[in-house]
Design a protein around this ligand. Structure first.
Ligand code: NAG
Ligand code: NAG
Length: 452
């Protein structure tokens, strides 16, 4: 976060007169999510990029990540934040929308702030949902785009297999069941995954080279679909003074709600080790404490009684950070201790100084020692809550972005596909060990995407 913030500050200075901004907001999620194993709703999204002044300058991405600060110093929030009304007014042909436009960035905000030229009569694009409307919780036709006031709303949704030959894009969720019709080279096939590689089915060998785009929580997907996505109101303000003491009245140390006791990353073993050195209350099937999932008091305990929450994902996979962190953790007044993605990946998608990563410590014992120190030092503990109120988790309007991308792709005459989407998705993406033990092997990543 510090690096990002510093970059943002530099970028903003450079662009101060041209393109100020500011923003953010807390969100919802667009997509219906399946119930998770652990007691938690759904959620997150990663960080944000916006329209670049010059797509060739590395830092330019960051400027557009934020809402606009006007010349008079007031902040005009973008349309996708609560109370925001700043909408894109101009078509930016070179906006950083695709992965190659802004390596390492998720481009979500850029996609949300993309619009088409006002003076053109742009034809409607047809997007076929191969799994039907129910799988997405949307209705057909143009409703989804109009209702959400998408800046690019010239799209229609279909679930009718008879549209397979003529659709501009086909969106496949979790599986690929080909339609038996000839495919136009202009038709864009999109593969969407909600879950991590351990929990997605393998594709048939004949399906690995047919997809043009991916849509997953991974930051390098074409259309990133994060569980939650944090955006600051003003990139220069990533901390606020607190008007309360988050440690007040808390008498318990570490809580964890968990029901899957056999996760591949051995999180339960880690928690048990940790419990030798600090009080860890494990609720659910894997522990001695009970609180029914349906009881709202369970999560309330995190606000009132506990200092720390183990926001441990069930898998250690690249960029894989779910509602366990965003909802159980950040949306309560408790400090999340995280395990899942790499520390650098959490840093890219979480609010500044909002969590503690297990791999910052050599062992559970050392982590426990740090937690005990936080427990005794209210100022230090409270320093992890200063991000609150500096931004929001936004609605990332998935279908607005799909529509924008389909149009942008055609305007650019862009063509791309994954020569092996399975390799892109799986190779080096997850580790059963800690990331630091997984080492270089897991960071080697094959580039399986061809742009041509
Ligand atoms: C702590 O408890 C006191 C007394 O019940 C209450 O007045 C106060 O609001 C509580 N503080 C917090 C931060 O919950
Ligand atoms: C989509 O991918 C196919 C190969 O899988 C390719 O032939 C086609 O040109 C691509 N189309 C676009 C619009 O990227």
């Amino acid at each position: 976060m510090w690096v990002r913030a510093a970059r943002a500050i530099r970028a903003l200075r450079r662009a101060a007169l041209l393109l100020p901004l500011a923003l953010t907001a807390l969100v919802l999620l667009l997509l219906p999510r399946p119930p998770s194993l652990d007691p938690a709703p759904r959620s997150p999204s990663p960080p944000v990029p916006p329209p670049a002044l010059d797509a060739n300058i590395e830092n330019s991405i960051t400027e557009s990540e934020f809402a606009a600060v006007q010349d008079d110093g007031t902040v005009q929030l973008p349309w996708f934040m609560r109370g925001g009304d700043k909408r894109p007014t101009q078509h930016e042909p070179n906006a950083a929308l695709f992965p190659e436009d802004a390596p390492g960035q998720d481009r979500v905000v850029n996609q949300l702030m993309y619009t088409l030229p006002k003076d053109e009569d742009v034809p409607i694009k047809k997007i076929l949902l191969a799994n039907g409307f129910g799988a997405w919780g949307v209705s057909g036709g143009r409703t989804e785009f109009i209702r959400n006031k998408c800046p690019v709303d010239r799209c229609t949704l279909s679930s009718d297999a008879r549209d397979a030959a003529t659709a501009d894009a086909i969106l496949y969720k979790d599986h690929h069941t080909p339609f038996n019709v000839k495919r136009s080279p202009k038709q864009i096939w999109i593969l969407y995954y909600l879950e991590c590689p351990y929990h997605t089915a393998s594709l048939r060998p004949t399906s690995v080279d047919v997809f043009n785009w991916t849509s997953t929580y991974r930051r390098d997907s074409d259309i990133v679909a994060p569980y939650e996505h944090w955006v600051y109101y003003d990139p220069l303000i990533i901390e606020k003074d607190l008007d309360r003491n988050f440690a007040a009245n808390k008498t318990k140390k570490v809580a964890w709600f968990v029901s899957n006791c056999h996760a591949r990353n051995r999180r339960l073993q880690y928690a048990r080790q940790l419990s030798k050195y600090i009080q860890v209350d494990i609720y659910g099937a894997c522990g001695a404490h009970h609180c029914p999932r349906t009881d709202p008091n369970c999560l309330e305990m995190l606000d009132k009684d506990y200092k720390f929450y183990l926001a441990f994902e069930n898998s250690n996979c690249r960029d894989y950070v779910t509602e366990k962190f965003f909802v159980n953790g950040l949306q309560h007044n408790v400090l999340p201790i995280v395990m899942g993605a790499r520390a650098s990946e959490y840093a890219a998608l979480a609010p500044h100084n909002s969590y503690v990563h297990v791999e910052e410590f050599a062992s559970p014992e050392e982590l426990a020692a740090y937690l005990r120190r936080l427990d005794e030092d209210d100022n230090l503990y409270n320093s992890y809550f200063k991000w609150k109120g500096t931004g929001e988790f936004i609605n990332t309007y998935f279908f607005c972005r799909v529509c924008a991308m389909v149009h942008a792709n055609e305007r650019r005459q862009r063509s791309a596909h994954y020569s092996d989407v399975q390799a892109w998705w799986r190779d080096g993406a997850c580790t059963r060990a800690e990331w630091r033990a997984a080492g270089a092997a897991s960071s080697a990543q094959r580039d399986t995407r061809d742009n041509g």
